[in-house]
Write a protein that binds this ligand. Structure first.
Ligand code: HEM
Length: 480
């Protein structure tokens, strides 16, 4: 072999070795620098750390093998290496609360970079500082204006009745699909004023599904990959929304009825740029679609295995209906306030079903908490599921027991299905009204049985493996 080729081989081998060594050093260096007071735990493999074990699917009403194993070995707060970063994982309600309450001061929202690529820079879900504050203020005021408005409540009810009517000649339905149809139609109507029949609705839905698939795919921007398709779908949704905005500006009185959707109010807001308004619409669709439909599926699934709770729920809704002057009168905000047991069922489905397992944060400085050190720059993951299912915080935590909420305050630190602090979900009230109104009509008009054993699995995004197939049987109020 020529001397030149030998050198080339040596150089390549040296390069590979040097690169591997730097990966290993880079992976374990934080341990050497920050050892000492950092919580116990392991960093796993170079680069990937323990990410795959952490993300291993498990039933969403269990904590999964990884957390079970690590908490029993190292305690409720431990270190690991996840999502390419040294990480402190917290299954402790006090620390979770501390993290959520100190957003922007000691900790900051820190979702993986590829998510920013899809959501865009000005999405409320990833924005920080002043931008986040501006977007959030608009979101909170929109929800406050909307949640008890008769137009919003009537829309929810109309869409629920329309979907349930379509079940009358069907022996079975795939409930997760029906629930998605419902929440998408509600949110698109509320945000953009569009009905299911309008062509823009199906265009947005198609792009939106592509967009959602990209959020949970490998972040490779190569044409044809789900990630690349999602980025393109986002830009198409932006164009559709921009066109709707343009049309409204050109033709403000186009619809004889006064519009009361988010877009109408957004158009008059002068604290947001055009791109921020478009992004705001996308955030509302994204936040309000999958999570709420999943909550509906959780409720239906857990009620199928809790006949006593289902019976009590039916009685609550029959009573509300019987107090209406005319049988077909719409539900209103006063009716909603009477749905006390429904709220207990929803809270219990949120606790036991765990729609959002954890959120992503990073430490902005070295932080000491209960004798631990959380080093600056490390990822911090408050895990809500672990607290929700911890028997030392919730008696008989492994049982679906809605009655616990008769004596337990849902605003406590150990129950955080919607997160907390300055990033707490702004849509939580909307989601609860939607689910309550759908349940009102479901429990009074149908009996159902789950066809096959199906359960919610945390991938960690939660899904029912078979889509929750229900055998449905119409029943009138009098026969129940
Ligand atoms: C059952 C239903 C829902 C669940 C479980 C849920 C859960 C959550 C959680 C845990 C967060 C906090 C994320 C973090 O701290 O990083 C969040 C934020 C958010 N949610 Fe929801 N959500 C639901 C429904 C909705 C609805 C109906 C909307 C809109 C109409 C919505 C819009 C948002 C937005 C915009 C944020 C970002 C808030 C911020 O960063 O300030 N969500 N949600």
């Amino acid at each position: 072999m020529a001397v030149g080729s030998c050198w080339l081989v040596v150089l390549v081998i040296g390069g590979v070795l040097g690169f591997s060594l730097s990966l290993v050093l880079n992976h374990f260096l934080p341990l050497l620098l920050k050892g000492g007071l950092v919580p116990k735990g392991t960093f796993g493999w170079p680069l990937l750390g323990e990410t795959f074990s952490f993300l291993k699917p498990h039933s969403s009403n269990s904590v999964g093998a990884f957390l079970q194993d690590h908490c029993s070995r190292y305690g409720k707060v431990f270190k690991s290496h996840l999502f390419f970063s040294p990480t402190v994982v917290s299954c402790d309600p006090e620390l979770n609360y501390f993290i959520l309450q100190n957003e922007g001061k000691l900790f900051q929202c820190s979702y993986p970079k590829p998510i920013h690529g899809i959501l865009g820079k000005v999405s409320m879900l990833v924005a920080v500082g002043e931008t986040h504050k501006r977007l959030r203020n608009v979101a909170l005021s929109l929800v406050t204006i909307t949640k008890s408005k008769p137009e919003f409540l009537n829309d929810i009810e109309r869409i629920a009745i329309h979907i349930l009517d379509s079940w009358k000649n069907k022996p079975k339905v795939i409930f997760c699909e029906e629930a998605r149809k419902f929440t998408f139609n509600v949110i698109v109507k509320q945000v953009l004023g569009l009905t299911p029949e309008e062509p823009d609705t199906s265009k947005i839905l198609e792009d939106f599904l592509t967009f959602m698939r990209g959020l949970i795919s490998l972040p490779l921007y190569i044409p044809g990959t789900p990630y690349a398709r999602a980025v393109q779908a986002r830009s198409r949704i932006s164009s559709t929304v921009k066109a709707i905005i343009e049309e409204r500006r050109r033709n403000p009185d186009g619809n004889s009825k006064k519009r009361s959707d988010f877009l109408e109010i957004l158009l008059s807001v002068d604290t947001l740029s055009e791109d921020e308004k478009v992004s705001f619409v996308l955030d509302s669709l994204l936040g309000g679609y999958e999570t709420t439909s999943l909550l509906m599926s959780m409720v239906v699934h857990f009620l199928s295995i809790s006949p006593t709770a289902l019976q009590q729920l039916k009685q609550e809704h029959q009573k509300i209906r019987s107090m209406k002057q005319k049988h077909e009168d719409h539900l209103d905000w006063e009716d909603y306030k009477k749905m006390g047991f429904t709220q207990n069922v929803i809270n219990e489905a949120l606790r036991y079903g765990n729609i959002v397992k954890f959120v992503h944060r990073k430490a902005l400085k070295d932080i000491k908490f209960k004798g631990y050190l959380i080093p600056s720059g490390w990822k911090v993951l408050p895990v809500f599921t672990a607290v929700h299912l911890d028997p030392s915080h919730h008696a008989k935590a492994s049982q679906f027991h809605p009655w616990r909420w008769e004596s337990q305050d849902p605003k406590c630190k150990k129950f955080t299905p919607f997160g907390g602090g300055s990033r707490c979900c702004p849509g939580s009230d909307l989601a609860k009204v939607e689910v309550s109104f759908f349940l009102h009509h479901l429990v009074q008009n149908f009996r159902w049985k789950t066809e096959e054993e199906d359960k919610p699995i945390a991938y960690p995004f939660v899904e029912f493996q078979r889509g929750l197939v229900l055998n449905v049987d119409p029943c009138s109020e009098t026969t129940m």
